[in-house]
Design a protein around this ligand. Structure first.
Ligand SMILES: [Fe+2]
Length: 153
């Protein structure tokens, strides 16, 4: 009776973990894995830095509890996004920069600094613009063909 063939036979020896099957699978689907890792690191940097900056912005919304809650939701979402993205980077064979300054500099959007005049309207404007930038940055990274899209979209 013939022994069943293992799907990895002829590709890697049993126990050889130098080639990640998940990476091979997405490469076979046409994904540039090295570019994807770099985009994910940039995205993780953006999520981490906005989490940090939103923590500061939130403190200046005390007394405007409804706006503070909006800021808090965005802050916690970005932390969750960072936590979601980071394991994927390692699963693909990448890693976060060991220097947090390098990591922060890789964020694809300007820092969401506390405005000079920290009114609720000014803080929410910073928050909104940061989120708009993040969405556009991700879309441009994943789909370079949209780089020429008109600014109003
Ligand atoms: Fe996010």
């Amino acid at each position: 009776m013939d022994e069943k063939k293992h799907a990895s036979d002829g590709i890697v020896r049993a126990g050889d973990l130098t080639r990640r099957v998940g990476v091979e699978q997405i490469r076979m689907r046409g994904v540039d894995v090295d570019r994807l890792i770099e985009l994910l690191i940039d995205a993780a940097g953006a999520e981490f830095t906005t989490y940090y900056y939103y923590t500061i912005l939130r403190m200046y919304l005390a007394g405007n509890e409804d706006y503070k809650e909006i800021c808090e939701d965005a802050r916690l979402e970005d932390r969750a996004h960072f936590e979601f993205i980071t394991p994927r980077i390692y699963e693909l064979g990448g890693s976060l920069p060991t220097d947090i300054r390098e990591f922060a500099d890789r964020a694809g959007c300007p820092d969401a600094y506390l405005p000079d005049e920290p009114t609720a309207a000014n803080i929410l404007t910073v928050l909104l613009e940061a989120e708009r930038c993040a969405v556009r940055h991700v879309e441009r990274g994943l789909r370079p063909d949209v780089r020429q899209r008109p600014a109003h979209l």
